[in-house]
Design a protein around this ligand. Structure first.
Ligand code: SF4
Length: 181
């Protein structure tokens, strides 16, 4: 059953960009190694932070028993900030939700920053030389819980949803050949 499968931040953020991409990825179908765009993203990630600063793995379970996990690009624990690196802002809403998903995982675990304050997030755009602050407010948690339920319903479907019709957008996707080849 999908309910017992762990929902990753990757599948969650894919769902917000293209439900078909989330379904394919959740089935274990991987074409990332063929995508120059994904390779560029990895390179950006590897060159953005020092090795000692990178990655924080998070796990949590929702109140209705859904296991969640996510890997944060960089956690500045001393400052109470989770950082996520992105190339551009074309999917900014999905990126914001992805960082809120991480903040939600910490909150579900009862983890706070120094002094008991909630952790904050930040999306870094090295290529654009700018960053975007992210917070997790109660209304964001409600949206995340709703989107999670929608995602689980999607993943229970026996067949993938239809392709999205934004063909230009699809050219950056690792699954383009699978969807349109
Ligand atoms: S190629 Fe387009 S339709 Fe197919 S998974 Fe990627 S974004 Fe979705």
């Amino acid at each position: 059953m999908v309910q017992s499968a762990t929902i990753t931040a990757t599948v969650f953020s894919y769902f917000l960009i293209c439900p078909r991409k989330a379904w394919l990825h959740h089935q274990g179908i991987r074409m990332e190694q063929e995508s120059e765009d994904v390779a560029l993203g990895r390179l950006l990630d590897e060159t953005s932070y020092s090795r000692s600063e990178k990655h924080l793995d998070l796990y949590a379970t929702t109140s209705d028993g859904i296991p969640l996990t996510g890997r944060v690009d960089r956690a500045a624990l001393k400052d109470g900030v989770l950082h996520e690196t992105k190339k551009g802002r074309s999917c900014q809403e999905a990126h914001l939700s992805q960082v809120r998903f991480y903040l939600w995982l910490l909150k579900l675990n009862g983890v706070t920053a120094n002094g008991g304050a909630a952790y904050r997030g930040q999306i870094d755009y090295p290529a654009l030389r700018r960053s975007e602050p992210v917070t997790l407010e109660p209304q964001h948690e409600e949206v995340l819980a709703l989107q999670l339920r929608q995602l689980i319903r999607l993943l229970e479907e026996p067949h993938p949803p239809a392709r999205i019709s934004k063909r230009d957008f699809c050219r950056k996707c690792a699954f383009e050949e699978l969807c349109y080849g």
